[in-house]
Design a protein around this ligand. Structure first.
Ligand code: ATP
Length: 359
């Protein structure tokens, strides 16, 4: 029997209202084509829209409504443009990740066959710890880990815990078991000995429970050179919050464009689809943004729902979206960042046709 889902939609700012509706259409088309259940969508205010209505970028009413959903799509936000004091507060995605304890940020970077890119053949996944590390705006229970004792001095602290490191390492090794069975741990334990040293040591301990998975580790600075030289050699990369954020932009671009890099934020019982890229205000309103990252994130959410609810039809819908995206690009339809001439909405239409023809 097919399972129906209640999913939230947060359009976000700048290119968000252009790319998120394309992902929603793709999900509806794929669910129908895969013989999966129906999705009931609930659009909720966030970002500039919420600031206008409620004076807050992430209202409590939005968080409460999300609690009642099975998962949601989050568009990118342009928090750097919010009016003060909102600009200085924890941004919308940080607020949501913290509220729901979404500790795992899974960011694949995969190049499309035949597509021109810096590192063809890249197929890796960054598994980024999402709740602690060196992002001081979200690594404390109350307040932030950043302070300014005088106008000329700013201090921040980073936090790495054994449990935070263990649970993200388990995610990474579990994922590697389903892929090419290799995990690379990224840290800076030669300098940040106690913090990222703890992260590396805990990940190495977790590795012992996964004897089929090989493991190595690199310092973050060396890792950037390894990625630029030989990104296709990597499988799963596990690292702390800030290192993961930077490495995923790098690997997304090496694999093609930041516009194709999807991501899923999850805990054991919640998941949020969110493209790896930001809100790209420089190209907003022109219908030229690449929707692939947002669409791919929605596909990841469907597969996550599939494994949570033991629902093969919804997982099939997620796979169908990925296959249709690849077929659409291979057949010559892509947005300008990938060298094509398609609009964002035009790509969405071609994708829906492709989903229909793949079934
Ligand atoms: P944030 O800090 O919110 O992650 P950012 O400062 O890293 O944002 P982005 O908004 O991700 O920056 O944009 C970086 C560059 O990538 C910009 O030139 C932008 O136009 C481009 N870009 C980002 N997303 C897309 C997309 N979906 N399609 C095309 N180009 C994109």
């Amino acid at each position: 029997m097919s399972h129906n889902y209640h999913l939230g939609v947060l359009l976000g700012d700048a290119i968000g209202p252009e790319i998120v509706p394309v992902a929603v259409r793709a999900v509806d088309a794929a669910m129908e084509a895969a013989g999966a259940g129906k999705v009931e969508w609930e659009q909720l205010p966030l970002g500039f829209e919420a600031i206008e209505k409620f004076g807050e970028h992430t209202p409590m009413s939005t968080l409460k409504a999300l609690e009642a959903t099975d998962g949601w799509l989050l568009g990118p936000h342009d928090s750097a443009s919010y009016p003060e004091p909102l600009r200085s507060t924890l941004n919308p995605s940080g607020t949501i990740r913290k509220h729901f304890g979404l500790f795992a940020n899974i960011r694949p970077a995969r190049s499309f066959p035949g597509q021109d890119c810096v590192k063809p053949g890249t197929d890796l996944v960054i598994v980024r710890e999402n709740t602690e590390g060196f992002y001081a705006d979200r690594n404390t229970f109350r307040g932030t880990g950043e302070m300014m004792p005088t106008p000329d001095m700013a201090i921040m602290h980073g936090i790495i815990t054994r449990e935070g490191s263990r649970r993200i390492a388990v995610e990474a090794f579990t994922l590697a078991e389903q892929r090419r069975k290799h995990v690379t741990i990224v840290h800076k334990a030669n300098v940040l000995r106690m913090t990222t040293g703890l992260f590396r040591d805990v990940a190495r301990e977790v590795a012992k429970d996964f004897p089929d998975v090989t493991v190595d580790d690199f310092h973050i600075d060396a890792m950037t050179t390894h990625l630029v030289r030989r990104a296709p050699d990597f499988d799963v990369i596990v690292t702390e919050n800030m290192f993961g954020d930077i490495l995923s932009d790098l690997s997304g671009e090496l694999a093609g464009s930041l516009g194709i890099a999807p991501s899923l934020n999850s805990s054991a019982d919640r998941a949020m689809a969110q493209a790896s890229h930001g809100s790209a205000p420089d190209i907003a309103g022109r219908d030229i943004a690449n929707p692939i990252a947002m669409i791919g994130s929605a596909a990841m959410l469907l597969r996550w729902l599939g494994s949570k609810h033991d629902d093969t039809a919804v997982a099939r819908a997620g796979d169908l979206i990925d296959r249709a995206v690849e077929a659409t690009v291979t057949s010559g339809t892509s947005t300008p960042d990938m060298g094509g001439a398609s609009t964002c909405s035009g790509f969405g239409e071609a994708l829906v046709d492709q989903i229909g023809s793949l079934v």
